[in-house]
Design a protein around this ligand. Structure first.
Ligand code: HEM
Length: 415
């Protein structure tokens, strides 16, 4: 069934449209071609312009003075925007300069190459642990829920310095937050109850802050709890918001990429064989998985002055939705954008965004994805689908929530 421009625009506000990738990409390709800056009035949402070409996404993200993250950093139902339910939480993605620069700097050291190199051996250890766990599952598992979901969370919680006994609680809260619109993952059957979930995060992190202020340790949680801005510690909301962005941004994004990356290899056995034969392709392959999956579906910006984007006049106060999945299939940027190519080079994808808000965890995400596949692929004797994959219903962050596979895996990696 063909999609009209009108329908394609509305898809961006419909969580279910992200569960049917073929139709979604049909709509996005149409928008790129016919209406790359397209006005969308979706029922239940404040209007926005859908921005689908990479050149325009870059243009918006490069100018943080004209295009602000506040007050509308991502798509949310109009009712919750009016009620300002999110106003207590102010994470990095909500902020503009000068606050953004100052607050981002607090955590930035923990994501620099030196810190990443130190974390790398822990990441490899965790990758091995999860592949061992997969080997122990008896030849069949749901790769998304049994492996992909747990591993990145363990990495993030190691970085924060949280005890392993708290992992299940964090896993549940993160999934409830990002899966808020999904009937299976969200709290109360997907009624988009994000505020209740955030309050639970707050309660947990309040205790953590008190503990790290009383007894600082060498981890990111202590850096946040004890950070000073103009000589003052962050207030409660600022501290909580920081933990929430780290715990959440680093999790579902990476797990969706890992599950979607395996799915792409299963659908392209030639690419799987190529990567196994030439492990030096792993960095390129990881980036291709990130482009292919594009787990962050959108962020938004609001014009601080009247302007024109792609020939379309946009008034001060109007918002644009930056469609990363579309920017990452842009025919003007990629040769054969719908081909999964583990050796793709160059690969100028925008899955990590661009400009001042460029993903703080990009280096970590790459390390994690490479480490998992570097551990898994040499140990695989065979792997095949064992049922239907299922996608998360979301307009924001997600990907495969189920990926049943059948496999033969050596217990020990042969070196
Ligand atoms: C494949 C995995 C990931 C993808 C695709 C991804 C994608 C993104 C995107 C699109 C943004 C917004 C960029 C923009 O507005 O221009 C972002 C921001 C952010 N990401 Fe990631 N991310 C991933 C993994 C991670 C990890 C592992 C962490 C680690 C904690 C992380 C932490 C953050 C933070 C803190 C921000 C906010 C940065 C800011 O606003 O200044 N992300 N990410």
């Amino acid at each position: 069934m063909t999609v009209t421009i009108e329908q394609a625009g509305l898809m961006l506000a419909d969580p279910l449209s992200y569960t049917d990738e073929e139709r979604l990409h049909q709509g996005l390709a149409l928008l790129r071609r016919e209406a790359p800056v397209h006005f969308v009035q979706a029922p239940g949402f404040q209007p926005f312009y859908a921005v689908t070409r990479q050149v325009h996404v870059r243009e918006v993200e490069a100018d943080g003075a004209l295009w602000l993250s506040e007050p509308r950093p991502a798509l949310a139902p109009a009712a919750s925007e009016r009620a300002k339910t999110g106003s207590r939480v102010r994470t990095l993605v909500n902020m503009d300069d000068p606050d953004h620069r100052v607050i981002r700097a607090i955590g930035a050291d923990w994501f620099r190459p030196k810190a990443m190199r130190m974390l790398e051996s822990r990441v490899r250890e965790l990758a091995r642990e999860y592949v061992d766990r997969m080997a122990g599952l008896g030849g069949e598992c749901d790769f998304a829920t049994d492996v992909a979901v747990h591993y990145p969370l363990s990495v993030i919680l190691s970085l924060l310095g949280l005890p392993e006994s708290d992992y299940p609680r964090m896993l549940q809260l993160t999934r409830e937050l990002f899966g808020a619109q999904d009937a299976e993952l969200g709290r109360d059957g997907g009624k988009d109850n994000r505020m209740a979930v955030l309050l639970d995060f707050f309660a947990y992190f309040q205790e953590l802050t008190a503990a790290r202020r009383a007894r600082p340790t060498d981890d990111l949680a202590s850096a946040i709890a004890n950070a000073l801005v103009d000589g003052q510690p962050l207030n409660d909301v600022e501290t909580m918001s920081y933990y929430v962005i780290i715990a959440t941004a680093g999790h579902d994004t990476t797990s969706s990429t890992i599950a979607g990356g395996l799915q792409a290899l299963l659908q392209n056995p030639g690419e799987m064989a190529r990567l196994r034969e030439d492990p030096a392709l792993m960095p390129a392959a990881a980036d291709e998985m990130i482009r292919w999956v594009t787990p962050v579906k959108e962020f938004m910006r609001t014009a601080s002055a009247d302007t024109v984007l792609g020939g379309v006049p946009i008034a001060k106060g109007e918002s644009v939705l930056l469609s990363y999945p579309s920017a990452n299939r842009d025919e003007d940027v990629f040769a054969d954008p719908f081909t999964f190519d583990v050796g793709r080079d160059p690969n100028r994808h925008l899955a990590f965004g661009f400009g001042a808000h460029y993903c703080l965890g990009a280096a970590l995400a790459r390390i994690e994805i490479r480490a998992l596949f570097a551990e898994l692929l040499p140990r695989l004797e065979s792997i095949e689908p064992a049922g239907f994959p299922e996608w998360t219903a979301t307009t924001f962050v997600g990907g495969l929530k189920h990926l049943p596979v059948r496999y033969k895996l050596r217990a020990d990696k042969q070196r």
